[in-house]
Ligand binder design. Structure first.
Ligand code: IMP
Ligand code: MG
Length: 179
């Protein structure tokens, strides 16, 4: 891999991300007024978004995490989803919000929605920071979407390329040298 030939271009700046996440938190606060919410983050990408979102929700809030593998090391989806880490606690009867970094083909969220629905939450809502609608293979109805973005591979604010770039403050388009 030649890291020197990878190029980053800012797509969404930190301030815009923070503003939008604040709005999403306010909307969740309104939608679940007087109730408790349970945020389920999809590791690892979503934990950056989740930690900002959670701090903008003014309700009793608990968090848990799941880990799935779908992308492997590179930027191409294998189309397969495997559950690597399950939840620590039951979600039965809870207002669950599944928090994902990006909704791309829809395979990961579809799989997780199926798994979580079987566990009888009171409601199951989907929050995704980013949405690439043009890449959808399986339809997914997300309730809270941060930004719709073009069909580009992006990194930063939790999103990685081969585990790198998650810690960038902005969401950037990553251009890779031809393979
Ligand atoms: P899906 O199953 O195709 O919807 O993909 C969801 C997962 O693929 C996300 O949780 C990300 O880990 C990864 N992914 C999809 N698009 C991107 C991208 O542009 N940058 C980094 N990761 C991505
Ligand atoms: Mg990833």
């Amino acid at each position: 891999m030649n890291k020197d030939r990878e190029h980053l271009k800012i797509l969404l700046r930190r301030a815009a991300l923070q503003r939008r996440v604040r709005e999403m938190g306010r909307q969740i606060t309104r939608d679940f007024r007087g109730q408790r919410v349970h945020l389920v983050g999809v590791l690892k990408g979503a934990c950056f978004f989740l930690s900002d979102l959670a701090r903008n929700i003014e309700l009793e809030t608990s968090v848990d995490f799941m880990a799935v593998a779908s992308y492997g090391k590179g930027s191409k989806s294998s189309g397969e989803v495997r559950l690597n880490k399950d939840l620590d606690t039951s979600i039965e009867g809870l207002n669950v919000i599944l928090v994902e970094d990006i909704l791309d083909t829809g395979l990961t969220l579809n799989y997780l929605i199926r798994v979580l629905q079987q566990r009888k939450p009171k409601v199951l809502r989907i929050a995704a920071l980013l949405d690439k609608p043009s890449r959808r293979i399986q339809e997914v109805k997300a309730d809270y979407i941060g930004f719709q973005i073009p069909n580009e591979f992006v990194v930063g604010y939790g999103l990685d390329y081969a585990e790198r770039y998650r810690n960038l403050k902005d969401v950037c388009i990553l251009s890779l040298p031809p393979e």
